[in-house]
Ligand binder design. Structure first.
Ligand SMILES: C[C@@H](C(=O)O)C(=O)SCCNC(=O)CCNC(=O)[C@H](O)C(C)(C)COP(=O)(O)OP(=O)(O)OC[C@H]1O[C@@H](n2cnc3c(N)ncnc32)[C@H](O)[C@@H]1OP(=O)(O)O
Ligand SMILES: [Co+2]
Length: 138
């Protein structure tokens, strides 16, 4: 299996994008690339560019959001690490064959038209990993 390309983003659970963004843009000086609602995950996300990667701030849209459930238990903070990969479906299939615990066995739609899939945190010492495949720029 080839190495993932890079860290696509680090996901951070926050109660309010509006209240959090000025720290990232004004104090830390990161560039806000954009915000987006991802209905399927019940989140609104903001992407901030940091070199070749991004910080993804995630605000829950409802109590059913995985981010709301996470913050109930653990409060705000680092939620997941996302790897940029070329073939998310193929990787998930291989991981499944290898017996790695997955949350998604087939990819679903994420932010920025990416295909995404999550490994279960019990697969990785309590770290939640996301695999993300972005559409090829043409
Ligand atoms: C927009 C998109 C994108 O980038 O394009 C995104 O990122 S969407 C980002 C939001 N979407 C997701 O996270 C989707 C995948 N996540 C999920 O399906 C869920 O959040 C799970 C990770 C399965 C956790 O769900 P839930 O807490 O209901 O299940 P559970 O109670 O059985 O938890 C199983 C164990 O995982 C732990 N756990 C929960 N969230 C965790 C996290 N973020 N990192 C590490 N561990 C975590 C719990 O504390 C628990 O540990 P103990 O067993 O020790 O108590
Ligand atoms: Co993410």
């Amino acid at each position: 299996m080839s190495a993932p390309n890079k860290i696509a983003h680090i996901g951070i659970a926050v109660k309010s994008l509006e209240k959090t963004l000025p720290f990232y843009t004004e104090q830390l000086g990161l560039e806000l690339v954009g915000t987006e609602i991802v209905e399927s995950e019940q989140v609104q996300v903001a992407f901030l560019k940091i070199g070749e990667s991004h910080i993804e701030l995630l605000e829950p849209l409802s109590d059913e959001s995985p981010i709301a459930k996470f913050m109930e238990k653990r409060g705000e903070g680092i939620h997941h690490i996302a790897f940029d990969v070329d073939d998310v479906a193929g990787r998930l299939a291989t991981l499944k064959e290898q017996g790695v615990p997955l949350i998604h066995e087939i990819p679903k739609a994420g932010a920025h038209d990416a295909l995404i899939g999550f490994l279960h945190p019990k697969a990785a010492n309590g770290v939640l990993y996301e695999l993300c495949q972005y559409p090829k720029e043409s």
